[in-house]
Write a protein that binds this ligand. Structure first.
Ligand SMILES: C[S@@+](CC[C@H](N)C(=O)[O-])C[C@H]1O[C@@H](n2cnc3c(N)ncnc32)[C@H](O)[C@@H]1O
Length: 204
């Protein structure tokens, strides 16, 4: 697929998923912050591969400032449009590829169904950056794709077996780790074998 076809596909994905609620891993992470008595305010989050902003909107609604990033300019346009005007001061945006992004320090890094789309070699550096960028007590929320995922032959994406997924979290207290595998469909209705890890983890 060339870049313009990819953008068209993502554009369709953003429209097809406009009614989705925020991701479960994100909500778990936000609730975990809220349950802590020694909370830091204002809290700063990065939403990597933010898509149409489904998670960014929720993070902002709960009082955080968010840097929403995505490689697709169309995604950033959706986010800017969907965040209510009175909450716009809490929104920062950046069009950036996961392979090249430079992350500022953050309390939360959210990456819902986006990290697998980073090429495998740059992913190693990206993950090191995510670990280094999170403040102690900060959280990662998001997903890896498993090695039995139906897209695992895509050489421009990255996949983890269960040991690799756990190994990636060695600098974290793992608060939630759910491995799922099933036959299903994509948001655009194409059949797909899903093998995913859904994670919430607190940095030591
Ligand atoms: C499956 S969507 C997930 C969007 C959103 N986080 C959600 O939960 O609905 C993946 C997102 O990652 C973005 N993406 C894919 N490859 C990327 C890359 N290499 N760098 C940055 N963003 C990328 C896509 O543009 C898309 O918005």
């Amino acid at each position: 697929m060339n870049d313009s076809d990819l953008s068209t596909q993502w554009g369709k994905y953003y429209e097809a998923t406009l009614d989705r609620p925020p991701r479960d891993t994100l909500v778990r992470a936000l609730n975990a912050f809220d349950a802590e008595t020694l909370s830091v305010n204002p809290r700063f989050a990065i939403d990597l591969g933010c898509g149409n902003g489904v998670d960014t909107i929720e993070i902002i609604r709960r009082g955080w400032t968010v840097l929403a990033t995505d490689r697709e300019p169309g995604a950033i346009e959706w986010v800017k449009q969907r965040v209510p005007i009175e909450q716009q001061p809490q929104l920062r945006t950046q069009v950036a590829a996961l392979e090249e992004i430079q992350l500022p320090q953050a309390d939360l890094i959210n990456a819902s169904f986006s990290l697998p789309f980073c090429q495998p070699v740059p992913f190693v550096g990206l993950w090191q950056q995510i670990v280094a960028t999170l403040r102690s007590g900060g959280r990662f929320a998001g997903n890896f794709f498993g090695d039995r995922d139906g897209w695992s032959q895509h050489t421009d994406m990255n996949f983890h077996n269960v040991d690799q997924a756990k190994q990636a979290l060695s600098a974290f207290e793992v608060e939630y780790f759910l491995e799922e595998e099933s036959d299903g469909v994509t948001a655009l209705g194409d059949p797909k074998h899903w093998h995913t890890f859904s994670i919430v983890a607190r940095k030591f």
